[in-house]
Ligand binder design. Sequence first.
Ligand code: PLP
Length: 382
Amino acid sequence: MEVEERLVNLVKDCYNRVDYCIGYPVCQYPNISGFGEWYAKTGLCDIATNNAGNPFGEEQLLLNTSMIERDVIKTFAPLYGVPKGQEWGFVTNSGTDGNMHGIYFGAKKLQKATGMLPVVYVSKEAHYSSYRICDVQNLETRLIDYDEYGRMDPESFRENLDPSKPALIVFAIGSTFMGATDDQDAIQKVLEEKKPIAVYKHLDAALFGGYLPFTEYKDIVNMEKRGYDSIAISGHKFLGIDEPCGLFISRKEILEAQNEFKVAYLNSDMPLISCSRSALAPLKFYWILNNIGIEGFEKEAQLMLDNTNYLQARFDEIGWPAWHMPYSNTVFFKRVPEWVRQKYCLANGFIPEYGGELSHIVVMQHVKKSIIDEFISDIQKK
Ligand SMILES: Cc1ncc(COP(=O)(O)O)c(C=O)c1O
């Protein structure tokens, strides 16, 4: 088969399935329509760019878009309550990359302050990337039980917390399967009681971190109000970028607490784990900020949460056991027949407290009421 024909068929297949991809937190109506045309028209498509290094650091030697990357971070930072003048962060390769940096920077900051590496505390309901990263970084990790809402259980946290060592806590702000949001205030109370020698708090907000700032629940991800140190958000989830990327948002103080990594050939301090980074991803964030904007995101978030309630109501109407947690656009339910799971690209899970075998739908922007109705009618078929 000709190369061209193979690609055309591949794209056709994707287009045919796009409306039915409702089991994963990917926005199938990306927010960057027009970007490709602009990329070609400006001639940028004929230049190799690279944002290696810290976008807020020394002048980069490679052709880059760091100037735009700084604007992107400075525009997003107030939405996450970063104190004015303290904004720091960068555009990541993914939510996992953001978690990688949150855990790495947290561990190094705590080690510098206390001479000891921290113990990492993370809920058993959290995304596997956090445990995997702790494994890669060789950090002692304690998995904390979750409560009936899928949140890190404060009692289990209290029992596991070792105050003689620094504590690095990874909060799940929207866990992958149940859509649970850890209660930062409840965990803070335990910290105040047991007083570990030093604390770093990182939020894994891959999905919810995209939309919460545009809802009445925005304070959950407000750094000043909640007192966290860094947050990771995926760009290809709610924010609607067409390929994996993300945001890491933190404060200058966290950067300043890192070990120096002067690299002569780059004429720069290189605090990030990866060297080369995409120069296009910051442009895509810039594009969506200018074309969708706050109002556009508010409307999308509202639509998504309304459709989540619609899906829940349809389940309730037919008596199919289904649940969704506060602030969540993820509805999990008694497992559906395999042909339905395949048609809708659903993710399966197993949670004993909710009857064991389950599936879930993540109600992203493209999950329309008509698809929800079709799905409900399919699961009623004998
Ligand atoms: C809670 C949570 N954290 C992290 C990730 C990983 O994000 P990414 O796929 O952007 O690496 C996911 C992915 O679904 C997730 O649900």
